[in-house]
Design a protein around this ligand. Structure first.
Ligand code: ATP
Length: 133
């Protein structure tokens, strides 16, 4: 099976550097399945899971938005934060979710706080989803 290189990079450094048979990402415009030889593109990502597939195995990475750059032999994902499923702290994500929910209750009159809390809630839910508990 042919493979494609994939890097997931954050301001703190690379979270993933590997070769996989397929990468799936959730772009703002919809889900993208990327195989080796894919046409070049750049697309913004939603707060979502990146799936790295090799045979029957799929590894998941939680990404807090960012961008995917596809070249025929390499996929680069640039995100403000990204965590492999195995390195997600579930208690921390649960606490972040509860905090964001409380803020959403309180922030109804303030658009900026509302948007911030909404994004924090999405990040927490995504981490709980990817972390699998
Ligand atoms: P929190 O309120 O718990 O900090 P957050 O969504 O505000 O959550 P971010 O600003 O997205 O956190 O991330 C800050 C840093 O902490 C990043 O390096 C990110 O990878 C890491 N991080 C955040 N939440 C978790 C988690 N539940 N498990 C592991 N790493 C996390």
């Amino acid at each position: 099976m042919k493979t494609i290189q994939v890097s997931v990079v954050t301001p703190d450094g690379a979270v993933v550097e590997t070769d996989v048979e397929m990468v799936s990402v959730k772009a703002v415009s919809g889900e993208l399945g990327i195989l080796p030889g894919h046409i070049p593109l750049v697309a913004p990502l939603t707060i979502s899971a990146v799936r790295l597939k090799n045979g029957n195995n799929t590894d998941k990475v939680a990404v807090s938005g960012g961008f995917v750059e596809v070249r025929p032999e390499k996929v680069t994902i640039l995100a403000q934060a990204a965590e492999l499923a195995t390195s997600i702290d579930i208690d921390r994500a649960r606490a972040a979710k509860e905090r964001a929910e409380r803020r959403l209750q309180q922030a109804k009159t303030d658009d900026v706080d509302f948007k911030r809390a909404e994004l924090a809630l999405k990040r927490a839910i995504n981490r709980l989803d990817v972390g699998g508990r």
